[in-house]
Design a protein around this ligand. Structure first.
Ligand SMILES: NC(=O)c1ccc[n+]([C@@H]2O[C@H](COP(=O)([O-])OP(=O)(O)OC[C@H]3O[C@@H](n4cnc5c(N)ncnc54)[C@H](O)[C@@H]3O)[C@@H](O)[C@H]2O)c1
Length: 298
């Protein structure tokens, strides 16, 4: 191969210097990891959460030399979301990035479909789905004033397929996916991209009970066994996608739901018993032969 005269292309580092980001759900899990990653990439971050421990995320970012402020707020309350945007503008001069990530799964309510109440449905939809709508509504005017921006919302694999969460949670996350698709149309001409991330099983505050339960039983090795990577994910692995989606590397990615799930949503439903054993294959050999014979010639 002939030697290139131009220098070898370097892997472009993602640089958010000069950008201002809001992250909701920033006190814990995915939101905390993403706030820290955005700040490490150079962004000034407004860390928002209903939990007062969000101040710890701000403190960690500052201790690492980054720029951050924090506020306790309700991501499903319009006045609070508007206040977060105002805080970004007042503190750092504008807004370029909104990661609408705060969410709840079931807030200790029933998991059985027929026991859910309309009040529980309303609360889950208010935070998980109306929250991202409010983020879009209030972020867009501030982003337009800067000439553009990027919005990301956390959906879930539960919004792609059934059986990964309680029904109101799954429906709320399916709604988030549709919200980013329809919002991408609403944002035509504004130079604002919007996408969703669909995490699989990630170890955070939301899933701590499952991890604690598995560890207490000595069954940690069973976690994440439904995906082809055979492990659960870390919050930082979602933060990586959240960073990519707001960066210029994703400049043509819009209106998408990006699964970050170790391949969970790429597979067919789980077959009880796992991979077929030799005995199972032998027992079903007749059927397989029939299927092969029926397959059209390639
Ligand atoms: N952990 C997973 O396996 C997983 C999988 C798919 C999707 N998700 C989604 O990821 C997002 C982040 O959750 P996580 O897994 O990091 O869990 P987490 O519980 O660690 O973090 C969620 C944060 O959101 C905050 N929050 C909840 N309601 C709020 C409100 N009304 N206003 C402001 N903040 C609020 C909580 O205080 C918490 O700090 C959620 O939207 C969740 O549905 C998580």
């Amino acid at each position: 191969m002939s030697e290139s005269k131009s220098p070898a292309p370097k892997s472009p580092a993602i640089d958010l210097t000069g950008k201002v980001a809001i992250v909701t759900g920033a006190a814990s899990g995915i939101g905390r990891a993403t706030s820290k990653l955005y700040a490490a990439a150079g962004a000034a971050v407004v860390c928002c959460d209903k939990a007062e421990t969000v101040a710890e995320t701000e403190a960690e970012i500052r201790a690492a030399g980054g720029r951050a402020v924090s506020m306790t707020m309700d991501a499903g309350a319009e006045a609070d979301v508007a206040a977060a945007v105002a805080l970004a503008t007042d503190s750092f001069g504008g807004l370029d990035i909104f990661y609408a990530n705060a969410g709840i799964s079931n807030f200790g309510g029933p998991t059985d479909f027929f026991d859910h109440t309309p009040e529980q449905w309303s609360e889950i939809l208010r935070i998980n789905l109306i929250g991202p709508f409010l983020a879009i509504k209030h972020a867009v005017p501030a982003m337009e004033a800067r000439g553009g921006g990027a919005i990301v919302a956390t959906a879930s694999v539960a919004g792609l397929r059934a059986n990964a969460g309680p029904t109101p949670y799954s429906a709320s996350k399916a709604g988030v996916i549709n919200l980013v698709q329809t919002a991408a149309q609403e944002l035509i001409g504004k130079n604002i991209r919007i996408n969703a991330i669909c995490p699989g099983l990630i170890e955070t505050g939301m899933t701590r009970y499952a991890y604690d339960y598995a560890r207490a039983k000595g069954r940690e090795d069973k976690i994440g066994q439904l995906n082809p990577m055979k492990r659960g994910g870390e919050p930082e692995e979602i933060a990586g996608m959240a960073l990519f989606l707001v960066s210029d590397l994703a400049s043509y990615v819009n209106g998408q739901a990006m699964a970050v799930d170790g391949g969970l949503s790429s597979t067919h439903p789980f077959v009880p018993g796992g991979r077929p054993t030799a005995a199972m294959r032998k027992a079903s050999a007749g059927d397989l032969d029939t299927m092969k014979a029926a397959r059209p010639a390639e």
